[in-house]
Design a protein around this ligand. Structure first.
Ligand code: BG6
Length: 507
């Protein structure tokens, strides 16, 4: 029922969202993701007062650790990677609920111990039986872990308590395997208890795409084929594959990030306005636009894959992909991928969306550039001394978060020389609060049961439908083009855009 006091309603909506009694079990707790992102995110949430006092964290892994060893690992991870300052009193409260369960994923006794640990925490910490299971494990173990949860009665919710599964990406490695995995997961957890992670959706700048488009009147009237020439979505990383050979080789750049992060960015950039911001309305629009994505006819010309060769990065000599530890020297895995897509609807017909991603590129940057058509007529042609670029609106997802608008302006003092300039909005200058990490937002959403920022199965299926034909084509034809580490990818990707009379931005 709506309140009669609109002012109070507005204030209520600004109250912080605090999780109720609950705990989190992390499978694969010794991995990089857990140490660098998950444990620090839990601490940051606690530090911001968004977790209940008895919040509990259970680590599950093969190491022979006691609770104290685990607590020390969490402590070190928090000290090294947390976003917010270390406060002893917050840590002391968190450590009371830290437990470790030792075992393999197929070890029945370990899952029984996990069950007992949960019961013990329900009594000691008041977690109320509410637990989320975070599968931060290699994808091949997803089925085993969820089936073990079922076998040991850990997935069962009661009227007063919930159990949820959080599944890291990639969800499957093609359409068929994603559907099969889904069948296994849904045999154990109901739809509303499954949270598929795409951490890009937890980023502030990604959520801002919808605010920018739909909270303003300025952009939406020109956000279509009548004004937009093309869209470039770039996710460039300067790092190589680091210690992730086991995960990355055979998966590659397109499966690792285009299937999820980049197609989600495309969906948010291109979708129609949802009727509201609830999960159903958002998903309806995202699936509509993903369903309208068309692959180019000539996959040989309109897609490019690459693999980094040895080169220089940040003044240091770095290895090529095939020389990295744990990589098969004959591997054909892509560390770079560029794809041209079109969207078959009235808004976007004929507007190419160019997606590219790569490891060991010039620098770390993720951005969406909406590039507008040139002015239909220029009265300045005789006077301008340099060629004007096209107007562009660039959503800077990271690391320099903000939005840039590029347009032409008269150079002061000259008769009528027009030059490209840019107008910037930077998060750091406009807001005093720093942005929460994506995993902070997403873990809190899981504990609150809020699924808005988690891709649904239909989105995952549509994304694989887009990617599968490309991967099949690549499997059958040739191998990735080499590019030296520290550059902007293979020349073939530049040629791909040059054929359309365009070029990639150099962010
Ligand atoms: C992950 C990919 O999803 O995203 C990694 O598996 C990649 O390969 C990472 O490095 C990048 O995340 P971010 O938030 O640093 O852009």
């Amino acid at each position: 029922m709506s309140s009669s006091n609109p002012l109070r309603d507005a204030q209520d909506r600004r109250l912080p969202r605090i999780a109720g009694p609950s705990g989190l079990v992390i499978f694969g707790v010794t991995g990089d993701l857990s140490r660098k992102k998950l444990m620090p995110a839990v601490y940051d949430l606690a530090n911001r007062g968004l977790l209940p006092p008895g919040f509990s964290l259970i680590g599950f892994a093969r190491r022979q650790w006691a609770d104290e060893d685990f607590a020390q690992v969490v402590h070190d991870a928090v000290k090294e990677h947390a976003r917010t300052p270390f406060r002893e009193e917050v840590w002391q409260q968190l450590v009371n609920g830290c437990r470790f369960v030792q075992g393999d994923f197929d070890d029945d006794a370990a899952f029984e111990t996990l069950k007992e640990t949960i019961h013990e925490l329900d009594k000691a910490q008041g977690t109320g039986g509410n637990f989320a299971f975070y599968l931060s494990v290699p994808p091949k173990f997803f089925p085993t872990v969820v089936q073990q949860l079922k076998k040991h009665g850990l997935a069962e919710q009661t009227e007063n308590s919930w159990r949820r599964a959080v599944i890291e990406k990639p969800f499957g490695h093609d359409l068929k395997s994603a559907q099969e995995l889904n069948r296994i997961v849904h045999d154990v957890f109901p739809t509303e208890a499954v949270f598929r992670i795409d951490h890009y959706l937890g980023k502030e700048t990604v959520q801002n795409i919808l605010a920018l488009r739909f909270a303003n009147t300025l952009f939406e009237p020109i956000w279509n084929r009548s004004y937009v020439d093309h869209v470039q979505i770039t996710m460039a990383e300067d790092i190589g594959i680091g210690g992730r050979a086991g995960y990355y080789d055979g998966i590659g750049a397109a499966r690792d990030v285009i299937q999820n992060h980049l197609l989600q960015l495309l969906a948010l950039t291109a979708m129609e306005e949802p009727a509201s911001f609830d999960a159903d309305a958002l998903v309806a629009e995202k699936t509509k636009v993903l369903g309208a994505v068309r692959l180019p006819k000539d996959l040989g010309k309109e897609t490019v894959r690459g693999q980094y060769a040895a080169g220089w990065q940040g003044g240091e000599k770095v290895l090529g992909y095939l020389e990295e530890e744990g990589i098969d020297p004959r591997s054909k895995t892509d560390t770079y991928a560029a794809i041209k897509l079109e969207i078959d609807n009235r808004r976007w017909a004929g507007v190419p969306f160019y997606l590219r991603t790569g490891k060991r590129l010039g620098r770390r940057v993720t951005e969406i550039a909406v590039v507008f058509q040139r002015a239909p007529h220029s009265p300045f042609d005789d006077t301008a001394t340099e060629e004007l670029g096209q107007n562009a609106l660039v959503i800077r997802v990271q690391p320099d978060e903000g939005v840039t608008l590029r347009f032409g302006s008269k150079v002061p003092g000259t008769q009528m020389e027009v030059r490209d300039v840019s107008m910037d909005f930077a998060y750091g200058e406009s807001f005093t609060e720093s942005s929460p990490e994506a995993y902070e937002r997403l873990i809190l959403d899981v504990l609150l049961g809020d699924a808005n920022l988690f891709p649904r199965l239909k989105e995952v299926e549509l994304s694989w439908q887009i990617l599968d034909p490309i991967e099949e084509y690549w499997d059958k034809h040739g191998k990735p083009a080499q590019y030296p580490a520290g550059t902007w990818g293979p020349v073939e990707a530049d040629e791909m855009l040059a054929r359309d009379g365009r070029s990639w931005r150099r962010p």
